[in-house]
Design a protein around this ligand. Structure first.
Ligand code: 13P
Length: 333
């Protein structure tokens, strides 16, 4: 394992004031978003949309990496330039989603597990040859009565460790993404409890399997009350509880921590991150890796005005800039 190379990649990805943009929605997820906005669900439309995200001028000032989906990493601009080349020329690291989505966890009514370990090494090698320097694997946990179960948490942690090790052996930085879902009525305390326990189990398994912790990036949810809870968590509570959770349950020597937005409002995701950077000295680099909280305004505008690429790209640049400022505690509404 080339530890120095992993550390270098991590350092580029979380170097302030930058964050990572996730545009790795599966074909299915992307189509669902298109459908809601009346965009035709074709490969060409997905390519066109991703082209505007990838070619947006100046985003490299605020974005260190883009996470792509299998379809996207193979695509090119309408002028025939590979997306990967466009990103490399901007000095943006190429990431790739390598999990193959959630499936039912047998005998655990309603719980999910992530699949995709089979053939992972071969797929990663191919992506590496295409220029990928980091990867992502996501598991989602719904909070509910007696879930997530201990079995599900444990099994998912073992899978994360196996995935992370394969990545690191190939010199690819693994994003480990355990997402405690925002959906639900749960309290912020419950979210804390589940997130903290889950992180404990994950790091136990990563350590057991010999994963090099400074050479991974944790992509996590913020600690906050569920979307359907009557009481919305304040930025101060989110910042305090999230930082406490990460400080107490993530090794201080991890390469970096980034957040998913999880369906939070665009503004909330920024303010929450910004507030965390006012909570004193943090042990690890802490930034964003949002999809919806950056893309939503862009996609909505483009869906209405598909010819107006410049406005869509200006919206992307503005969202990236605002989040970049939030990642160093300098965002002002
Ligand atoms: P959201 O920011 O929309 O939660 O997406 C992040 C992500 O990468 C989900 O896997």
């Amino acid at each position: 394992m080339n530890k120095d190379k992993l550390i270098e990649t991590v350092a580029r990805l979380v170097a302030p004031p930058k964050g990572v943009l996730a545009i790795d929605e599966s074909t299915n997820s992307c189509n669902k978003r298109f459908e809601k906005l009346g965009v035709p669900q074709t490969e060409e439309k997905r390519r066109e949309y991703r082209e505007l995200l990838i070619t947006a001028p100046d985003v490299e000032k605020y974005l260190s990496g883009y996470i792509l989906f299998d379809e996207t990493i193979r695509q090119s601009t309408k002028n025939g330039k590979n997306f990967t080349t466009v990103l490399q020329e901007k000095g943006i690291d190429i990431g790739i989603k390598v999990d193959q989505g959630l499936v039912d966890f047998p005998n655990h009514g309603g719980e999910k597990i992530t699949q995709g370990l089979e053939g992972l090494k071969e797929r990663l090698q191919e992506y590496k040859n295409m220029g990928a320097t980091f990867a992502k694997w996501r598991t989602a946990y719904q909070i509910g009565e007696n879930i997530p179960s201990e079995d599900c948490i444990k099994e998912s942690a073992v899978i994360f460790a196996k995935y992370a090790l394969v990545c690191q052996e190939l010199g690819i930085v693994p994003f480990v993404e355990p997402e405690v879902l925002f959906d639900g009525e749960h309290s912020i305390e419950k979210c804390y409890e589940v997130t903290a326990h889950n992180l404990d189990i994950i790091f136990t398994e990563l350590n057991k399997m010999g994963v090099f912790i400074p050479g991974i990036i944790l992509k996590t949810n913020m600690v906050l009350a569920g979307k359907e809870n009557k009481e919305k968590s304040s930025p101060e509570d989110v910042a305090r509880m999230t930082i406490k959770c990460l400080t107490e349950h993530v090794p201080g020597f991890i390469g970096g921590i980034v957040f998913l937005s999880g369906g939070q409002d665009v503004e909330d995701a920024m303010i929450n991150l910004n507030t965390m950077h006012h909570s004193g000295l943090l042990t690890w680099p802490l930034t964003f890796s949002y999809s919806r909280a950056i893309q939503n305004p862009v996609l909505e505008n483009w869906a209405k005005n598909p010819e107006d690429i410049a406005t869509a790209q200006a919206l992307l640049l503005a969202a990236a800039k605002n989040n970049s400022e939030a990642s160093i505690g300098q965002y002002k509404k």
